[in-house]
Design a protein around this ligand. Sequence first.
Ligand code: IPM
Ligand code: MG
Length: 359
Amino acid sequence: MRNVLILPGDGIGPEVTEQCIKIIDLINSKSKNVIKYQRALFGGASIDDCGEPLSKKVLDIAMKSDAVFLGAVGGPKWETMEHDLKPEKGLLTLRKELQTFANLRPGKVFSSLASASSLRPEILNGTDIFVVRELTGGIYFGEPRFSKEIDGKRIASNPLIYNEDEIARVAKSAFEIARKRNKKVTSLDKANVLEVMQLWRDVVTEVHENAYSDIELEHLYIDNAAMQVIKRPSTFDVILASNLFGDIISDEVAELTGSLGMLPSASIGESKAIYEPVHGSAPDIAGQNIANPIAAILSLAMMYKYSFNEDNISDKIDQAITEVLDEGNRTRDISTDNNNVLNCNQMGDLIVSKLEQKL
Ligand code: IPM
Ligand code: MG
């Protein structure tokens, strides 16, 4: 039996997650390896219920589950709360507790959607970037962190710290992924200014020399990378980055693909994994049934692949999405002419029926 904890979360999280549950139900009805799932409150929804974004009870269930599926967290309602009580803190604690140190964010351009990108098609052509982001260290977790007042002046600090093991394990993940793709890793740092980023560059180079010399390795400073990704997106394969740089560059990659609503993610550790769309809670469109559920459904496909080794099912979900898009179906965010725009539910149902024909 496979146990999955589903955390719909906030904003558009619940709407897009419901589309994924329809897909799990469909696959369960056709397969022997059934996924047993339960839903729980998380983020702002959990704060409203019990005062904290991730309750001990929910964390315990997550620790015992084979995988966690997450919709999105956060929203204006909780933005002014103290840092440690915010919805985002629940997400960071979950990542840290489950030790999901490698965050995988594939940014493939669907050819039928190339016109929705802000880049010209001839520049975008052939772009298929896979971001590997370190997720449980760096500036997000550096100690001592504080925000206080000294002599009447406000001062705050978040140290950026990495040790060599934290860098080496995520570098290995990136090289392994590159080996199954186009055998190139671009590692992002700021080694010209920061000691910790020099360490990043040194360790990535050592891991490369020791075990992955069949892979091409390129180092770029983050500022230059931000430019090169826009200028020559199709020349990148795997991008390896620290927690903060990876957070930033993955949104940039998302925009290249035509919509943030298309980008899935998997956060993988030694034994645990979290799957979530990259887009976040999008409070401005929440509750209106107009969100794009594709990033969430692609994240579910990653769950079948990475947690349950069901590459076959995963590929079929991907194919169902590609076909639905090729037939011209669009949600609002990826529509270029606003004709026949589907809502979240309708897009989910179309993908379900397309997948049903394949199972
Ligand atoms: C992401 C998000 C999160 C992050 C937030 C919601 C904490 O931006 O997953 O990219 O910064 O990691
Ligand atoms: Mg982000």
